[in-house]
Ligand binder design. Structure first.
Ligand code: B4P
Length: 187
């Protein structure tokens, strides 16, 4: 069980897709699940969209219920990689409870570190390519503030547990994947 942590644009989604293949586990991205619900026009999608468009986190109760549901699926029974969850202390507690109930535990938390200038550059590029509603300049700035306030403190939480593996997220995508695998002892 692996968690990918890092600011918006750190490359969590990019690396999760590659690591899922390398490690043969499902990559579970809360952002992707929210976006799929938005495009399908579900009740969850309508709730999530209003927060995502403002660069805010979707409330913990909504996110936790969605993840609990997803982790109950058959393909997650043998292991999984979480991309973008947990993002708040309440989500850390919920994940702990879900794993404890399953008699499991986290193997490690990979923290992708990327300079703020590089994050801003990547998000601007993605804005041009993918037209995501949360990639506008003002929303991006707010998302970085929300990350610093709510998610950056999780780095210390997992470091204290001895689970944190900081990985340099700068440079070409395959090189970053290689560094993550090396940090997992799979290089
Ligand atoms: P996410 O979908 O998790 O999006 P992200 O943080 O912006 O992106 P990520 O780090 O995955 O970057 P990517 O690989 O795309 O979250 C979106 C929103 O959903 C949140 O703001 C929130 O509202 C909501 N949400 C999600 N999870 C939640 C939770 N747990 N609780 C509450 N709300 C939640 O990379 C970015 C760009 O950089 C791409 O264009 C990519 O091609 C490029 N790139 C990647 N690696 C690169 C590299 N090495 N070099 C150059 N470019 C690179």
């Amino acid at each position: 069980m692996l968690v990918l942590l890092g600011p918006p644009g750190a490359g969590k989604g990019t690396q999760a897709a590659r690591l899922a293949v390398e490690l043969d586990v499902p990559a579970i991205s809360t952002g992707d699940i929210f976006r799929a619900n938005v495009s399908e026009g579900t009740e969850l999608g309508r709730t999530a969209q209003s927060y995502m468009d403002e660069g805010e986190y979707v409330p913990d109760a909504v996110t936790n219920a969605m993840v609990r549901d997803r982790l109950g699926a058959e393909d997650a029974a043998e292991g999984f990689l979480l991309d973008g969850y947990p993002r708040t202390p309440a989500q850390v507690d919920e994940l702990d409870a879900m794993l404890a109930a399953a008699g499991a535990g986290l193997d490690c938390v990979v923290q992708l570190t990327v300079d703020t200038d590089e994050v801003v550059k990547r998000l601007a590029q993605r804005a041009g390519e993918q037209h995501r509603s949360d990639d506008g300049e003002a929303v991006q700035r707010h998302r970085l503030e929300v990350y610093e306030a709510q998610t950056a403190p999780l780095v210390d939480v997992y470091a204290r547990r001895g689970l944190l593996r900081p990985v340099d997220g700068m440079g070409p995508v395959p090189e970053v994947t290689g560094r993550v695998l090396a940090a997992l002892g799979r290089g």
